[in-house]
Design a protein around this ligand. Structure first.
Ligand code: SF4
Length: 328
């Protein structure tokens, strides 16, 4: 099975059935960066955010990702303050950051005494439970960079748990090559019980300092320390990005051979009758494909589907405010 289709089916299963041996997945998202120092360095295939104690407050706060620069700033709750006192840098930058926060619905902006002022209308909630990262490797015979990726996850500890998901038969030799903390799942989407736990993941040290693997060659591994505070900030960034992005970040192909496919509760996966499998429209579909026949994409509303099957609200915060403004 191709990795793209494997990943979508697994995300649908995690959303519906939870994270095996860990708990309910409040949020499931695809393709998120977890590196602290190396921007874009480590992209994890799927991330689940388990609900923390104030998860419900987050769902009512904003539909989108609240930008990390907004959360890192010391914006007062309830009381207005000048944007230039809250955000570092020139006034234009401060205003632009405040506007980005206001667009999501998390910040209120106003004018007082000729100055732009800003506040948080409510406290940022304690909504982030455990983070579980999943690396999808349907074929362990073609592991690519898998071992380095897993060493990165285990040593950095931005995630609470890290797992490899595969369709391959898993041998003792495979398990020995992965760090001990890494869990292993075997997925067979034709089975009644599609995700089998071959090895449970062990908790990573997500609260303490860590080491980020920057480069690894035979006989030499370059690492850089990460403090507990840097890690905590990155965990919030990952969780926020997951909340705003989700996993339905694909298009259905505009082709007569395209159909909607079902996996667990998700019923709008991009299936191609010509190739008889899920397809990534962005990279596989178009006039260059021998089966292509121009047509409208199968009708679907992926936001509505996400809202129907998860606690995520499509019109919270800024979206709600913008749809209200549209009426005028
Ligand atoms: S363009 Fe090709 S791969 Fe895409 S849906 Fe049509 S036949 Fe399938």
């Amino acid at each position: 099975m191709r990795e793209f289709g494997f990943e979508l089916r697994l995300c649908a299963r995690l959303e519906a059935d939870g994270v095996p041996s860990v708990g309910d997945a409040g949020v499931v998202a695809r393709q998120l960066g977890t590196s602290v120092h190396e921007a874009g360095g480590r992209i994890v295939d799927a991330v689940c955010v388990l609900p923390g104690p104030e998860f419900d407050a987050r769902t009512g706060l904003a539909s989108e990702t609240i930008p990390p620069t907004v959360l890192d700033a010391d914006v007062p709750v309830g009381e207005y303050e000048r944007v230039t006192r809250v955000f570092d840098g020139p006034p234009e930058r401060a205003r632009s950051l405040a506007e980005r926060g206001a667009d999501t619905g998390f910040l209120d902006l106003d004018r007082r005494g000729g100055q732009t002022v800003v506040r948080q209308h409510s406290r940022y909630p304690d909504w982030i439970g455990e983070l579980v990262g999943v690396e999808n490797k349907p074929d362990l015979g073609r592991p690519g960079d898998l071992e380095r990726q897993l060493r990165h996850d285990a040593s950095l500890g931005v995630l609470d748990y890290a797992v490899v998901a595969t369709a391959s038969h898993v041998t003792r030799a495979h398990l020995n090559r992965f760090p001990d903390e890494i869990g292993v799942w075997r997925a067979d989407f034709d089975s009644d019980d599609p995700v089998e736990v071959v090895r449970e993941p062990e908790p990573l040290d997500s609260a303490g300092p860590g080491l980020e693997v920057l480069d690894a060659k035979p006989g030499r591994t370059d690492v850089r320390p990460v403090t507990a505070a840097e890690k905590a900030r990155q965990r919030r960034r990952v969780a926020e990005r997951a909340y705003g992005k989700g996993w339905r970040t694909y298009d259905l192909p505009a082709c007569a051979r395209a159909e909607r496919e079902t996996e667990a509760n998700a019923d709008a996966l991009p299936f191609c009758a010509y190739k008889d499998r899920l397809v990534d429209a962005a990279s596989e579909c178009g006039p260059d494909c021998p089966g292509y026949e121009a047509a409208d994409a199968p009708g679907t509303d992926l936001d509505a589907e996400r809202e129907r099957h998860t606690p995520w609200c499509a019109d919270a915060g800024g979206r709600r405010r913008q749809s209200g403004l549209d009426q005028f």
